[in-house]
Design a protein. Structure first.
Length: 241
């Protein structure tokens, strides 16, 4: 193991499952248990007391089984309330004495210059160029680019396929949707919500929202479109010798 101190993952949802599966694949940590607030434990989990074949402990009681000196934590939650829910749980864990670790995929593209805070998740294919810095509690999903000398401040969520240009600053608690693009040398204010495929080329004020228009439905259905444009229908494509 790269880190011999056992790890407890906070969360029982889809995000925690993604983090868990990556950690198991890479053998980055020894995961020994999951934890979650008692109110979110469903009856099935309570009855079985297991998730991914591992023990599930109510977060309120975690010290009884896994005290802070015996394990590390990672808070694997989503971006609810512009990441504020995850931030709040990180703060609670630290107040109770737990150390928060970060997961960086070995399939991410970075070098010795990587600067990253605690409770971060960096998934496969993320490119982090020299001079860039990543704050605390930042989740960056697959195949995103963090440009050179850019700054990602605390508690942000960057979805897959995002491009952030060089020398750009992303403020605290921002959400950046799928395939959004941020130009270089701009500052995005705190608490911004940048929707999928949005294009941001100028600095933004705090609490701004940018939503790109979706592609409109074409007036023809697919069989008619294929017939009128002489494109081969998928069922009629024949393999050539």
């Amino acid at each position: 193991m790269k880190n011999m101190k056992p790890l407890v993952i906070f969360g029982l949802g889809k995000i925690s499952d993604v983090v868990y599966q990556h950690i198991v694949r890479d053998q980055s940590f020894q995961v020994v248990a999951f934890t979650c607030d008692r109110q979110w434990l469903d009856q099935a989990t309570i009855d079985k007391g297991r998730h991914q074949a591992l023990p599930v402990i109510a977060f309120e009681d975690l010290e009884k089984t896994y005290p802070p000196e015996s394990v590390d934590l990672i808070i694997a939650m989503g971006y609810q309330n512009l990441n504020a829910s995850r931030l709040q749980k990180c703060a609670e864990a630290k107040t109770r004495g737990y150390h928060l670790v970060s997961y960086v995929s070995p399939k991410a593209d970075h070098g010795h210059w990587l600067t990253i805070g605690e409770n971060c998740v960096i998934l496969d294919g993320v490119g982090i160029q020299p001079g860039a810095s990543i704050g605390n509690n930042v989740f960056i999903w697959n195949n995103s680019l963090i440009g050179h000398h850019s700054t990602i401040k605390d508690d942000c969520w960057i979805a897959a396929g995002v491009t952030i240009g060089g020398s750009t600053t992303l403020g605290e608690r921002c959400f950046v949707g799928l395939n959004a693009t941020l130009g270089g040398e701009i500052t995005v204010g705190a608490d911004n919500l940048l929707g999928g495929a949005s294009l941001i080329l100028k600095s933004t004020a705090e609490k701004s929202v940018f939503i790109a228009a979706g592609t409109e439905k074409f007036r023809l259905d697919s069989p008619t479109f294929l017939r009128m444009t002489s494109l081969p229908a998928m069922g009629n494509v024949q393999k050539k010798d």
